[in-house]
Every structure is written in structure tokens, then in C-alpha cells.
Design a protein around this ligand. Structure first.
Ligand code: NDP
Length: 448
């Protein structure tokens, strides 16, 4: 009898868990993965993918408006939320199926129930079955965090927003981070009145200040309202279903929906990690070393549950590195520096490396180059909105420490430029590259 039923038992079939499972299996391990909801995790089922499809869907509002100047007319154009929603959810089903097939084709056993840790090598399933595994990987991700206030049960989170029966005429969004700004853009473009309410006066904390200011200015001109320094007091539901949102120091706002987007917390409640001697961090995250190993030698954790960088491609890297380290005889660490990221607001912004503020604090002697331009497509469409690119360089070497962009297609452009930033190229290398004209990306090599 083998000592363990499995070489690896993975809890959570999201981006990190699925990658780790299939790579470990390809390295010859006997692997099972437990999932209590759907294979694919937050990114595929209720995050990045359906969100991006809604961004595409809502962007047609702007495209149709601009189309007139390009000679097109669309009489009687109309929008059907139900059609977009259902089509998006069908695509989620398609991807969910592909993820399941990937596990099958790699001979990873899929167990569709909740699993909890009961010791360094043991896991208990919701059905009562106990399983012994040589290694356990915890990849259970995060969950929306909802602050405590009276009436919070009337709110929705990013889990429910993809399933709305109808578009809210008046939407209040709590928080001013990634999720808040992305959904503010989507629902504003779809014609809803959107009010973003935050506890501080900062949007997208962590992004470059000049870009955040530009986004604030553009989105306000598009009709999104902001209320800052306004913690929620309570929410009351009226008989007609409308919600009265009471904020500190403000008149109440009436809303049809309230979306809470105030961060995500690691999904560790009730997971039983204490049975393996693992102490959780302050936010409930699982502390791990650079190989994603917890304080227990046989238990590892990857992805949002470790609260390192809450991004899908990072979780995938961590899952791959774990499997290569433990089952592929190839110890691999993940480099968490210089990770590119984007906010799919309208317009989107994207960045890699240090912001101007961070670079000043860490390097002191820096030089900032920028290009503040009106994209050709905006000029032609009579749209006043301007793009802004910033290159932060170390002096006197000219090495690029950070690149930050806001404007149409900024994430698409940044991904390629991030290679140059990560490779440690200099402003002179950017300047030596001939511009690709006419494009927005050419501003990258023309910054003054
Ligand atoms: P963020 O961390 O981006 O933003 C949280 C917002 O909520 C901030 O405005 C913050 O205010 C506010 N907030 C935090 N705690 C409280 C509290 N206790 N009471 C009231 N307000 C509070 O979180 P999101 O929920 O938007 O997204 C979660 C994570 O998911 C992101 O950090 C990101 O890593 C990931 N994500 C990535 C996306 C992408 O890559 N495009 C898209 C969506 C999500 P303040 O900052 O002023 O303190």
C-alpha cells in the first residue's frame, strides 16, 4: 500500500491551482484538485474574463458615437443588457469547459467539493472522505471584502454584478480601486448614472499620481460622480426596491444597486490550516517563502491567498514554479518585481515598474520624461480626451525604472514595452528606436 493516496492534493481550481495541477501531473505526479464552485477560479468565472467582455461590450457606446465622423450612421441603435450578459456567461461556460478538459487530459482527478486541511498530509472533503497526500497546495484565492455597516446585505459585489437582471439606472460603487473604476466605466458607458464613493480622496492607490488625476478628470467629464472621504453609514431599502445610501457628512444618495468593491481578502476562513501549525497573517493570508512553501514543509500556497500580488498571471507563475520546484527537480522562484498591470477603466491605464513618487523615494536622482497628447482618433472624433505617457529614468544612467500610460489601448501597448523595462533598457535605447507612425505607441520613443 502506498503511504499516500496522492502525490499532490490541490485545494482550489483557479488560475494558480490548475496550472500547478497540470504541470505537476506532467512531471509524473498523481494529482487531485478539489473545487467547491467551478473550475477556472475568479479570473475566468467572475473576474478578468467576463469583466473584459463587458468592457468591450460597453465600449461600443463610444465607438458608435464616434462612428458618425467616420461616415457611419446607425439609426435606431439600441442596447440589450440581457443579451450581452447571457452571451458573456455562455463564454464563461465555454472557458470553464476548456479548463475541465485541461485537467482531464493531464489525468488530474477533479473533486467537486469543498476540502479542508486536517494535518500536514491530510485533507477532509465535504462528503466526509479523508485523503492523504504527500504535498498539499492551497490555491483558494480571495473573496470580496465588505466593510461592516447597517444594511450591507442590500449590496452586491463583483461576484453578483455579472448576473444582474437589468441595468441599474443609478449605481453607487463603494471603493475606488481596480474593480470600482472598471465597473464605473462599464456602467457609465451603458448609460447608468454612476457615483463612486471612497473612504479617502485617492483613486487607484499605487498607480502614478499624474495618471490617476487624468483618469479622474476624464471620467468626471464623462459623467461619473465622485464622493471622497465618505465612509458608508447605512443602507435602507425602500418599498419600491430603491436604496437610500447614507454616507458620513453627506445627504443620502438614492440608488438602484450598490456595488461594494473595497478590496478582496484571502479565502482562508475555516480552511483548517492551524491543524498543520500554519499561522495566518493579519489579513488572513498564508505566509510563504520564495518557493511558496508555508511554515509546514508539506504544504504550499500560491495565488491571491498569499496576498503577494493579486493578479492572475502572477498566480499562474507561482503555480508553475511550485510544480517545477517540487515535482520537476527544478527549483524556481517567482520574480515579483517589475510586474506589469492595467486597469480596464475607460480610458484604460497601465504601468510597470516604479511610479514617479516611488522612484524619487528610492533613487532620489531621477528624470521624468512624458508625452501628453491627443490621440488622432480622439481628434477626428472631436473628443477632447488626452493620453499621457510617463517614463521614469534613473540619472545619470538613463535606465528606465518605470513606464506609466493612460489612453486608448494602453494595456496592449504596455505589455510589449514592459519587456524593455524589465530588460533594464535606457532612455537612449528608447530614443534610438524609430517611431512607428502614425500610432499612439510611437509616443514611447518620442518622450521629452
Ligand atoms: P483595490 O485594493 O484595488 O481597492 C480597494 C478600494 O477600497 C480602495 O479604494 C480602498 O480605499 C477601499 N477600501 C479598502 N478597504 C476599505 C474599507 N475597510 N472600507 C472602505 N473602503 C475600503 O480592491 P478591488 O476590490 O478593486 O480589487 C481587488 C484586487 O483584485 C485588486 O487589488 C487587484 O489586485 C485585483 N484586480 C485586478 C484587476 C486588473 O488587473 N485589471 C481588475 C480587478 C481586480 P483607499 O485606497 O483609499 O484606502
Amino acid at each position: 500500500m502506498p503511504e499516500y493516496e496522492y502525490d499532490l492534493f490541490v485545494i482550489g481550481a483557479g488560475s494558480g491551482g490548475v496550472r500547478a495541477s497540470r504541470v505537476a501531473a506532467a512531471h509524473g505526479a498523481k494529482v487531485a484538485v478539489a473545487e467547491e464552485y467551478r473550475v477556472g477560479g475568479t479570473c475566468v468565472i467572475r473576474g478578468c474574463v467576463p469583466k473584459k467582455l463587458l468592457v468591450y461590450g460597453s465600449h461600443f457606446a463610444e465607438d458608435l458615437e464616434d462612428a458618425e465622423n467616420y461616415g457611419w450612421s446607425f439609426e435606431g441603435a439600441s442596447f440589450d443588457w440581457g443579451r450581452l450578459r447571457d452571451h458573456v456567461l455562455r463564454d464563461v461556460d465555454r472557458l470553464n469547459g476548456l479548463y475541465e478538459k485541461t485537467l482531464e487530459s493531464h489525468k488530474v482527478e477533479r473533486i467537486m467539493e469543498r476540502a479542508t486541511v486536517t494535518g500536514p498530509h491530510s485533507v477532509k472533503l465535504a462528503s466526509g472522505r479523508e485523503v492523504a497526500a504527500k504535498y498539499i497546495l492551497v490555491a483558494v484565492g480571495g473573496w470580496p471584502f465588505v466593510p461592516e455597516f447597517e444594511g450591507s446585505e442590500h449590496c452586491i459585489t463583483s461576484n453578483e454584478v455579472f448576473h444582474l437582471d437589468k441595468l441599474p439606472k443609478r449605481l453607487v460603487i463603494a471603493g475606488a480601486g481596480y474593480i470600482a473604476l472598471e465597473f464605473a466605466g462599464i456602467f457609465n458607458a451603458l448609460g447608468c448614472h454612476v457615483t463612486v464613493v471612497n473612504r479617502s480622496n485617492v483613486i487607484l492607490r499605487g498607480y502614478d499620481e499624474a495618471l490617476r488625476d487624468r483618469l479622474l478628470q476624464i471620467t468626471m467629464s464623462r459623467g461619473i460622480e465622485y464622493k471622497f472621504h465618505c465612509p458608508f453609514q447605512k443602507i435602507e431599502r425602500r418599498e419600491d426596491g430603491a436604496l437610500d445610501v447614507h454616507l458620513e457628512g453627506q445627504d443620502p444618495i438614492v440608488a438602484d444597486q450598490v456595488l461594494v468593491a473595497t478590496g478582496r481578502k484571502p479565502n482562508t476562513a475555516g480552511l483548517g490550516l492551524e491543524t498543520a501549525g500554519i499561522a495566518l497573517g493579519e489579513k488572513g493570508e498564508i505566509p510563504v517563502d520564495e518557493y511558496s512553501k508555508t511554515s509546514c514543509d508539506s504544504i504550499y500556497a500560491v495565488g491571491d491567498v498569499t496576498d503577494r500580488v493579486q493578479l492572475t498571471p502572477v498566480a499562474i507563475r507561482e503555480g508553475q514554479a511550485f510544480a517545477d520546484t517540487v515535482f520537476g527537480d527544478k527549483p524556481t522562484k517567482v520574480d515579483h518585481s517589475c510586474v506589469p498591470s492595467a486597469v480596464f477603466s475607460q480610458p484604460p491605464l497601465a504601468g510597470v515598474g516604479l511610479t514617479e513618487g516611488e522612484a524619487r523615494n528610492s533613487y532620489g536622482n531621477i528624470r521624468v520624461y512624458s508625452s501628453d497628447f491627443r490621440p488622432m482618433k480622439n481628434v477626428f472624433a472631436n473628443r477632447a480626451e488626452r493620453g499621457l505617457y510617463k517614463l521614469i529614468c534613473e540619472e545619470p544612467s538613463g535606465r528606465v525604472l518605470g513606464l506609466h500610460m493612460i489612453g486608448p489601448e494602453a494595456p496592449e501597448i504596455l505589455q510589449a514595452a514592459a519587456i524593455a523595462v524589465r530588460a533594464g533598457l535606457t532612455k537612449a535605447d528608447f530614443d534610438a528606436t524609430v517611431a512607428l507612425h502614425p500610432s499612439m505607441a510611437e509616443e514611447l520613443v518620442l518622450m521629452k
